[in-house]
Design a protein around this ligand. Structure first.
Ligand code: NAI
Ligand code: MG
Length: 362
């Protein structure tokens, strides 16, 4: 097994640098305890890169990521860049890095921690026990199709976004979902809009074909609007949800909120092999940036996913997750998950508590 790993760290904008700092402390601590060497290489992406380098995704950042074993990303974006043209928007950097690194599978677990049931806006009996994963296709679909703005002959402004999916793109994301389901409850729900969209009809056909290769996994299909309803009505029915890029973007945010706070949700974006980019589900939270109150747990849990999926350090990953749960069980909360905000702790304090727990576990 390798003993030296290079991790590219892209803090990004808003609360990005604050939360990433806590996750890097955790990674460094794990390295120290497990005897591996982590080389952390920082890079710029998003608004900070637009301001410094003139583009949301500098070549240098891409090179840093490509030379790394895994990437840890904070978040990008903010009101400062909201009026920029498309190629100078922070999100363009995010779409670009996913494409350039071949990250085609976004894996977002939504697990309801027992001590946080009260933080959910849904009834406890609906959300307690929720343990699902949304697998979202990340490099195809409408976000990457041709875009066009034009004026019709009768003078109306119009816009087109094209949604394209190729068979092989659908196949590989479905394989990720089925492989994952095999290690879980063995149920895959493939989500599409096959009653209207041609790309969804192809999706469903490929899902059936791949599903036949996994007879031990139960495959069912749901239309995206129905799935959105089921997610809030009876979320416990789901194990693995697999879907295309835009549906997955929306459904994974919805699934995130079942568990109370977007500040708790980790994600992995995987390429072929062990390479992956790890980032919290949430954005740059400009409304609370710089206040030291952001919840770093989603980023710390993303770092745990990195330890498991890219570095093969399962034990360390379990220890980090265990430390996070222990801190929650002891009642510590950042504002976003606190029932009583007057007792809420800040970003750095939360990071320190996790490290203190980790010290006991590793
Ligand atoms: P957001 O996720 O940044 O914030 C939504 C709400 O959740 C806000 O009230 C925020 O304060 C809160 N929140 C988010 N993360 C939190 C944390 N760790 N701790 C405590 N509270 C937290 O989404 P929003 O407001 O729609 O977007 C803000 C900016 O982030 C925009 O520029 C958007 O484009 C960008 N964005 C970037 C993403 C990324 O980098 N992956 C994903 C989503 C949005
Ligand atoms: Mg989103």
């Amino acid at each position: 097994m390798k003993s030296t790993y290079t991790i590219a760290v892209l803090p990004g904008d808003g609360i990005g640098p604050e939360i990433v700092a806590e996750a890097v402390k955790v990674l460094n601590f794990v390295a120290e305890r497990t005897g591996i060497t982590l080389e952390i290489k920082y890079g710029r992406i998003g608004g900070i890169a637009i301001d410094t380098d003139g583009v949301p995704l500098p070549e240098e950042t891409v090179a840093t990521c490509k030379a790394a074993d895994a990437v840890l990303l904070g978040a990008v974006g903010g009101p400062k860049w909201d009026q920029n043209p498309g190629h100078l928007r922070p999100e363009t950097g995010l779409l670009g890095i996913r494409k350039q690194l071949g990250l085609f599978a976004n894996v977002r677990p939504a697990t309801m921690h027992p001590t946080l049931v009260a933080a959910s806006s849904l009834k406890p009996e609906v959300v307690s026990g929720v343990d699902l994963v949304v697998v979202r296709e990340l490099t195809g679909g409408i976000y990457f199709g041709e875009k066009k703005r034009y004026t019709t002959e009768d003078g109306r402004e119009a816009a087109v976004d094209q949604c394209i999916y190729h068979e092989d793109e659908i196949e590989r994301i479905l394989r990720v979902a089925f492989e994952l389901a095999r290690k879980r409850q063995k149920r895959v729900v493939s989500v599409d809009k096959a009653n209207v969209l041609e790309s969804s009809r192809l999706w469903r056909k490929v899902a059936e074909r791949i599903g036949a290769e996994y007879p031990d996994v139960e495959l069912s299909h749901q239309l995206v609007d129905s799935c959105a309803m089921q997610l809030v009505r009876a979320p416990k029915q789901f194990d693995v949800i697999v879907t295309e890029n835009m549906f997955g973007d929306i459904l994974s945010d919805q699934a995130a909120m079942l568990t109370g706070s977007i500040g708790m949700l980790a994600s992995a974006s995987l390429a072929d092999g062990s390479f992956g980019l790890y980032e919290p589900v949430h954005g740059s939270a400009p409304d609370i940036a710089g206040q030291g109150i952001a919840n770093p747990l989603a980023t710390i849990l993303s770092a745990a996913m990195m330890l498991r999926l890219s570095l093969g350090l399962d034990e360390a990953a379990n220890a980090v997750e265990g430390a996070v749960w222990a801190v929650l069980e002891a009642g510590h909360r950042t504002g976003d998950i606190a029932e009583d905000r007057s007792n809420a702790i800040g970003t750095i304090k939360m990071g320190e508590l996790v490290l203190a727990e980790l010290e006991k576990q590793l």
